[in-house]
Write a new protein. Structure first.
Lengths: 189, 179
């Protein structure tokens, strides 16, 4: 489970497991993501987040090594204090690392909030997210810091988006260092 | 010369040709048994793939039995196939695993450590009690000792070996053999 600040997500990854005939793909693994909110039933917002996570993971997991199988990622939101999507992305990547599935690259999620006066805030709290003019979430790959996924809520200019992207890529270094330290701690016994 | 490969710590097994694994019989479908080997699909085992098996002399395999065999076909595109004889037709330790005993699951990293040429864990354990041991590359280990209690003690030590250092293990074994 992963928690920047007070946002906390528990991730469980199962696979490669036997796939249902209706879901199996003949040449690659079928990836499914289930995001469960803290209270209530999953709604449209969870579904759209699941699709974003699924597309990011599909770009990274080498599915061709496990055709006709299913890889299921289940995410449970334990607490939400802002930057939920990037927390889910980080939890998903750590779960993939822990399982030992073959990956092309690692990824991390960074959220930027663009405030009305133009300043950029990284990993905003729920309050800062509400006051912001636009909230941008990026999934950044570990090889050459390329962008895997970008999603925006609100409106911003192209230059502002480029600035947010540059700030997110710089912040990604800290997160990848955290991955390394966690894995090192885990396997150093 | 020489080949290098990278092994990483995993809990989920992916069938590989030549690996010796422990499978659980889940179904009998005509001439073929379906075995659960812990991978993404069940493996198949023909009834003729046992030592001395013929069409008249079928092996006595029931659903729920444990089988120790090796893969002859295991790639990502096809259903894995197992046999219980080696290339010369002899069983060489493979086949149906006997009654009683205890089957449990560990991570693949621990299996590789136990199967390494000079593994101290098994030597130290054998000085404690006599026991029978079958190690499957799919993360499954079957243990049988004289009494149920001895069996369970061995199971607990093997499971704990994942996280114990060598000194902690020696201390635990010394405490047990002192009893």
């Amino acid at each position: 489970s992963l928690s920047p600040g007070d946002t906390s997500v528990l991730a469980g990854l199962y696979g490669p497991a036997e796939a249902k005939i209706s879901k199996e793909l003949p040449d690659r693994a079928a990836l499914e993501v289930l995001l469960r909110p803290k209270v209530g039933l999953p709604g449209v917002l969870e579904r759209s987040r699941e699709q974003l996570l699924r597309q990011t993971c599909e770009a990274v997991v080498l599915g061709v090594l496990h055709p006709r199988t299913t890889i299921s990622l289940v995410l449970q939101v334990l607490s939400d204090a802002g930057s939920l999507l990037s927390c889910c992305l980080n939890a998903a990547c750590m779960a993939l690392l822990d399982t030992g599935l073959p990956l092309a690259t690692l990824f991390c999620g960074v959220t930027c909030a663009l405030q009305p006066d133009g300043t950029i805030l990284l990993d905003p709290t729920a309050r800062q997210e509400q006051e912001a003019r636009a909230i941008l979430t990026f999934a950044i790959a570990s090889s050459e810091r390329k962008v895997l996924m970008a999603t925006t809520k609100g409106s911003c200019s192209v230059e502002e988006m480029q600035q947010c992207l540059a700030a997110a890529q710089r912040a990604a270094n800290t997160i990848f260092q955290f991955y390394r330290d966690s894995v090192r701690r885990r396997y150093s016994k | 010369g020489g080949a290098y490969w990278v092994d990483s710590q995993q809990k989920r097994y992916v069938p590989v040709k030549g690996d010796h694994v422990i499978g659980i019989v889940t179904a009998k479908a005509g001439d073929v048994f379906r075995l659960d080997v812990g991978g993404s699909e069940p493996a198949s085992l023909s009834y003729l793939a046992f030592e001395g098996a013929t069409k008249r002399n079928r092996p006595n395999v029931q659903v729920g039995d444990l089988i120790y065999g090796q893969f002859v076909v295991a790639n990502k595109d096809m259903e894995p196939e197992m046999v219980c004889i080696d290339s010369s037709g002899k069983s060489s330790g493979m086949g149906i695993i006997g009654q009683d005993g205890f089957l449990f699951k560990v991570s693949l990293g621990l299996i590789r450590k136990l199967l390494a040429p000079k593994c101290e864990i098994i030597q130290e354990l054998s000085q404690l009690y006599p026991f029978e041991l079958v190690i499957g590359m799919n993360g499954r280990i079957w243990v049988k000792a004289k009494t149920v209690q001895q069996t369970l003690i061995i199971v607990n030590i093997l499971e704990a070996c994942e996280y114990m250092t060598a000194e902690q293990r020696k201390q635990a074994l010394a405490k047990l053999s002192g009893n």
